[in-house]
Write a protein that binds this ligand. Structure first.
Ligand code: PLP
Length: 430
């Protein structure tokens, strides 16, 4: 088989030999690459018993590796009650709301946060935050306020409100027109942000690190600028911490690195340890405006999922886990550093456990999906970000020996792409 660097068909052929999944009856909005049978720690195993090193963490969900959740704890809650309606509450939900408010107030003091709305996914949490911002405008009678701002290359989710705030054409193109009165700004561009903000601004949504959109990180100077504009024009800042939050970048919230003090914090992915959850941490000034019936969600705050979230928070806060996380981040950084030292074509991206690599050469930028396919073929799972970059979102406690094996595989692939051989080997370990 001849090797090409950017031919999609060729990539598929490479995969088709061993990786064909018959997904005839699964709605084809994704193309499943593997049928996973089980997973443990940093490894996924498919139905054929093949092992894959997982540097994707289920896309930033399995922050403590696969199988970290306590099955007994979850089962015990399942036996007590699996669901109550929105007319009632449960101890796991009440306590989770409180813990998240305390966490936010501890690490981002001076807002202050007052309450938490718990729902089922990142996009639902973004929808909720957007509705809270609109509710704030209406209940405070800010008739002049019209616009919700979002960044170029942002990703906030796939439901219509979140999509309206997602600054990437490929997600939006078949669904327009989206919500009116949204405006985009150039990420980290103080002048453009100043141009787009005015007394008409209701809210500004921002990711402190753009997980899907290319791993750009919010500058401290931009954060300060946004907060000054907020002072001037009185709008709400919403931090989307769905991917970057809950210690993935080394701190409880990714916005802490830039000093941004958001009014509303949205979290999701890792909180449920693999069970579906989203949460909106809400400030006093919005909390005070909310009344029963303003918003709701049948499964939001499900006691089983909230029990799982408590378990995950206990683990995240455990000093022993924190130590392991720091060691793991250092090890990951060392491997990325070593690769960038070896290949001058590479640019390191990201922070903590949300890392990536960009390529200087357009030919290799165009080959990113091939590189990812090659990695899978050799037993390594990695992600793409922003179309032309590689992304790693491993478990926060992934150990050096796992990285060692993963980066050896990546090194061998990059070597072939950066210094193309006449006939690179496609031998599979499987
Ligand atoms: N916001 C960010 C920053 C995300 O990365 C994602 C998912 O990748 C979402 C929102 C949407 O979350 P979900 O897929 O749970 O709806």
């Amino acid at each position: 088989m001849h090797h090409t660097h950017s031919n999609k068909k060729n990539t598929k052929n490479i995969l088709d030999i061993n990786y064909r999944v018959d997904s005839t009856y699964q709605t084809p909005v994704f193309e499943p690459l593997l049928t996973i049978a089980h997973a443990k720690g940093d490894y996924l195993y498919d139905v054929r018993g093949r092992r894959f090193i997982d540097l994707t963490g289920g896309i930033a969900v399995h922050s403590l590796g696969h199988g970290a959740l306590s099955a007994q704890l979850v089962a015990a809650q399942l036996q007590k009650t699996s669901h109550v309606s929105n007319y009632f509450t449960t101890e796991p939900l009440l306590q989770l709301c409180k813990r998240l408010v305390l966490l936010a107030n501890k690490y981002i003091p001076s807002v202050p946060y007052k309450s938490t709305f718990v729902c089922n996914s990142g996009t639902e949490a973004i929808e909720t935050a957007l509705k809270f911002c609109l509710l704030w405008k209406y209940k405070r009678e800010f008739r002049h306020k019209k616009h919700v701002l979002y960044a170029h290359n942002s990703f906030h989710g796939r439901t219509m409100g979140a999509l309206s705030l997602t600054g990437q054409a490929r997600y939006r193109r078949y669904f327009e027109p989206l919500l009116a009165h949204t405006r985009s700004f150039v990420y980290n561009d103080a002048r453009d942000i100043a141009k787009k903000c005015s007394r008409k601004t209701i809210a500004l949504f921002i990711e402190a690190i753009q997980g899907e959109g290319g791993l750009s990180m919010l500058d401290s100077s931009t954060a300060e600028h946004i907060m000054k504009l907020k002072q001037k024009y009185n709008f709400l800042i919403v931090a989307d911490e769905v991917q970057g939050g809950l210690w993935r970048t080394g701190t409880p919230f990714a916005c802490q690195h830039s000093g941004l003090k958001p009014d509303i914090i949205v979290i999701a992915k890792p909180l449920g340890g693999g069970l579906p959850i989203g949460a909106v941490i809400t400030p006093q000034q919005v909390h005070d405006l909310l009344s029963p019936g303003d918003h709701g969600s049948t499964f939001g705050g499900n006691p089983v999922v909230c029990t799982a979230a408590h378990y995950m928070l206990d683990k995240f806060l455990d000093p022993h886990i924190q130590k392991k996380r720091e060691r793991s981040a250092q090890a990951l950084d060392a491997h990325i550093h070593a690769l960038t030292q070896k290949y001058s074509d590479l640019i390191p991206l990201g922070r903590g456990h949300l890392r990536g690599l960009a390529f200087r050469t357009p030919r290799i930028q165009g080959a990113v999906s091939d590189i990812i396919a090659q990695a899978l073929h050799r037993g390594l799972l990695i992600l793409r970000s922003g179309g032309t970059k590689l992304r790693f979102a491993p478990s926060l406690i992934c150990e050096d020996y796992v990285y060692q094996e993963a980066f050896n595989i990546l090194d061998s692939i990059l070597h072939e792409y950066i210094y193309p051989h006449p006939k690179p080997s496609h031998t599979s370990q499987h």
